[in-house]
Design a protein around this ligand. Sequence first.
Ligand code: GDD
Ligand code: MG
Length: 324
Amino acid sequence: MKALVLIGGFGTRLRPLTHSVPKQLIPIAGQPMLYHVLDLLPPDVEEIVLATGYKSETIDAFVRAHPPRWPVRTVPEAEPLGTGGGMKNAGGDLSDPFYLLNSDVIASADLGALRAAHAAHGGLGTMALAHVEDTRPYGVAALEGNDRISRFVEKPEPAEAPSHWINAGIGIWGRGALEAIPAGRPVSFEREVVPGLLERGVYGFRLARYWEDAGTPERLLHAQRLLFDDGRGGSGSRPKGSLGSGPIAAAADVVAAGASFGPYVTLGAGVQVGAGAHVENSVLMDGVRVEPGAFVSGCLLGPRARVGAGHRLVGQTIGEAGEV
Ligand code: GDD
Ligand code: MG
């Protein structure tokens, strides 16, 4: 089977960081979000097709420099085509069926079991579903007794939501789903296409463990905590001469003697944290400098951002080379 990964969104909810860094390349728990998504795929996947748009060249260059375990191909779109348009544009050569993944979902999901469930139901599609309290930002499914989806509503008002089971952005579809997408214009797969596919048999596959959409700063940091707590955060050794406790993913060349770290921190290449500074529950991308005595908590700091000496920074997203 091949896999199609949707990776063309603008990452608007992570600005200003995403003005220069595509959302999918933001590192969490030691590696870019995209690679945590790809890690879900079984080893026998034949090819991964990345349906890209915004910052396609940056993503293409990155996957060439850091090749995943599977052959990978980028298919860019000149104008954003939406999720369905992106599928149509990039889906010409996909297998029948194929995996469909959003590139910003962090989950514990067994895609082998998903494939088995898809084969057992014999429908056109099988969608992994996550159980959430607040369904407003998601696509919501109503399920029949055998997990067949009887209704699907994208981003409903709370009163209209048929359940708390939402599209996890992980699924398997037959090529018939691609054929149902109108060509040559932007299309939302979830809004415009999925409801019409239900009569052909679309089933839910309920995820039992964790799931998060890492599309906002708070949810991205929550996703990072989930990954670390699941042991998916790498080797975890603290920079030489630093103090602290809890999971950390630090590049080998980080300089942080005399600094301290709380739990859940990613430190990119060339990061410097001064003596007496403290960093927790944050992502510091390559080349970030935190000067002595500063305090950083719940922050996303873009490449080469700088936090001045003694400064207290809580819950902020700072773009590339930003200074505070
Ligand atoms: N190629 C391409 N072109 N990809 C796109 C485009 C586009 O125009 N727009 C968005 N994408 C990609 C994004 O990069 C992301 O990986 C995925 O498609 C979903 O887009 P989001 O913008 O993140 O959508 P969402 O989070 O509001 O909703 C989607 O995900 C939810 C789960 O996180 C929907 O699929 C919901 O039904 C779902 O519940
Ligand atoms: Mg999303």
